[in-house]
Design a protein around this ligand. Structure first.
Ligand code: PEP
Length: 252
């Protein structure tokens, strides 16, 4: 695909006013959706503020997490029906901050992917090795395991509802991104694992994003890297003007 995806993951940041202001500024500068597909992933509290500020503009709204059930007696969680009601079209699964800080294991990540896809949403499966795993030479094995487990419940016909984000843990929020070549290599490892399970055609069609200290100075390099279809941007996405500059860079 020529169109690049740009995802703004706000993590646990921004007030309602800031969220609405960010959205107004970004919407005013949105590139045509056939050139750049832009998505913002606010905190649950800001989903509605973002949706209102977005209006009919082609800015997609994603959620950073979701409980793998429509609704019900699960205190503190947000269900998939609630997310859809709030205008969400995609949900992250397995972000490394949740794996690390909240102990989310691979099987729960797989349940989430299954539930999101089953509800007609896009699942953004996040995978990536830690620094220690990389040092030990286990990076490829970790990616293969996370892909095998995370996609285990996904039927071949539903793979088009999955995006994979390669996010090496050592690159997230550190200011030390991977190189575009390393991101390409990881993307090939991911694609090979997908090919083995789903076949050539599905693997070729899978969109893979890179995430980890992406900013306006390095974005173009990642988007030009072979096998990389977009970027998941955390810290550098919080500033609306910065995100607008990245959308410009993504148009190439
Ligand atoms: C992320 O939130 O997934 C991320 C990649 O963060 P950052 O861009 O801040 O490294």
């Amino acid at each position: 695909v020529n169109r690049k995806r740009l995802l703004a993951n706000w993590k646990m940041n921004l007030t309602l006013d800031q969220a609405a202001e960010w959205t107004r500024r970004v919407v005013a500068a949105l590139p045509p959706p056939e050139e750049v597909s832009a998505m913002v992933l606010p905190s649950f509290t800001a989903l509605d503020a973002v949706r209102r500020a977005r209006g009919d503009a082609p800015l997609l709204i994603g959620a950073q997490d979701g409980y793998p059930q429509g609704h019900g007696a699960v205190t503190g969680e947000v269900g998939i029906e609630q997310l859809k009601d709030a205008g969400v079209s995609a949900v992250l699964a397995g972000h490394s901050e949740r794996r690390r800080l909240l102990g989310e294991p691979d099987p729960l990540v797989a349940k989430k992917v299954e539930a999101y896809v089953g509800a007609g949403l896009t699942a953004v499966l996040c995978v990536g090795e830690t620094e220690a795993e990389r040092q030990a030479g286990h990076a490829e094995a970790v990616l293969r395991r996370q892909i095998a487990t995370g996609l285990e419940p996904v039927a071949e016909s539903a793979l088009c509802q999955v995006l994979v984000a390669y996010e090496p843990v050592w690159a997230i929020g550190t200011g030390h991104p991977a190189t575009p070549d390393a991101a390409s290599e990881a993307a090939e490892t991911i694609r090979a694992a997908v090919r083995a399970r789903f076949g050539e055609e599905r693997a070729d069609a899978l969109e893979i994003l890179y995430g980890g200290s992406v900013d306006v100075t390095n974005l173009a390099g990642f988007l030009a890297a072979s096998g990389i279809d977009g970027a998941l941007v955390g810290g550098a996405s919080l500033d609306a003007d910065g995100f607008v500059a990245m959308m410009k860079a993504a148009r190439g």
